[in-house]
Design a binder for this molecule. Structure first.
Ligand code: GDP
Ligand code: MG
Length: 160
C-alpha cells in the first residue's frame, strides 16, 4: 500500500477564489468548483456570501483609483458570491492559469473565463494573483475557524 504522502505533512499552498455574482447567477458555481476538485485541489473553506461595500473596497483596494472601481464594487456587492479557499501544490499560479486572462475575449478555450465569459466586467471568477495576495485575501474573507485542516484520503493518488 502507499505510504503517507508527504503532502499530508508539508505546509502546502492555499489560494482564494471567488465566483462573482455573474457566475453564481448563471448557475456555474458547481461546475467551476468541480474543475478545481478534479484537478486535485482540496477545498479548505467554502461559503455563499453577500459581500459588503467595505469588504469589496478592501478586496479591490489596489484598483481604488481606476475608472471602473465604483462599478466593480457595485457589481460585486449586487448579488451573492461563492468564496472559497483551495489548497494544493502550486495552487496560486495553477488556479490563475485555470481561470485565464482578465479579459475573457483574450482567454484561451479551456480556461474558465475563456469557456464562459465575454466582457471584462463580467469575467465570472476571481483568483489571488500571488502567494502574498492569497494570504491577504484569505484573511480578509475567512476567519481562522472557517478554514478546515483535513486529510483527503485520495491524496496518495494525486501526489507521489
Ligand atoms: P484579475 O486579477 O484578472 O481579476 O484582474 P485585475 O486585478 O486587473 O482586475 C480586477 C477586476 O476588475 C477584474 O477581474 C475585472 O472584473 C475588473 N476590471 C479590470 N479591468 C477592468 C476594465 O477595464 N473595465 C471593467 N469594467 N472592469 C475591469
Ligand atoms: Mg487581480
Amino acid at each position: 500500500t502507499l505510504g503517507l504522502p508527504s503532502i499530508w505533512r508539508a505546509k502546502v499552498e492555499r489560494t482564494f477564489i471567488a465566483i462573482k455574482p455573474d457566475g453564481v447567477q448563471r448557475g456555474l458555481s458547481g461546475e467551476i468548483l468541480q474543475r478545481f476538485e478534479r484537478r486535485g485541489f482540496k477545498l479548505v473553506g467554502l461559503k455563499l456570501i453577500k459581500v459588503s461595500e467595505e469588504l469589496a473596497e478592501k478586496h479591490y483596494a489596489e484598483h481604488r483609483e481606476r475608472p471602473f472601481f465604483k462599478g466593480l464594487v457595485e457589481f460585486i456587492t449586487s448579488s451573492p458570491v461563492v468564496a472559497a479557499v483551495i489548497e494544493g501544490k502550486g495552487v496560486v499560479a495553477t488556479a490563475r492559469a485555470m481561470i485565464g486572462p482578465t479579459n475573457p475575449l483574450n482567454a484561451p478555450l479551456g480556461t474558465i473565463r475563456g469557456d464562459y465569459g465575454i466582457d471584462i466586467g463580467r469575467n465570472i471568477i476571481h483568483g489571488s494573483d500571488s502567494p502574498e495576495s492569497a494570504e491577504r485575501e484569505i484573511a480578509l474573507w475567512f476567519t481562522p475557524e472557517e478554514l478546515l485542516d483535513w486529510q483527503a484520503t485520495i491524496a496518495g493518488w494525486i501526489y507521489e
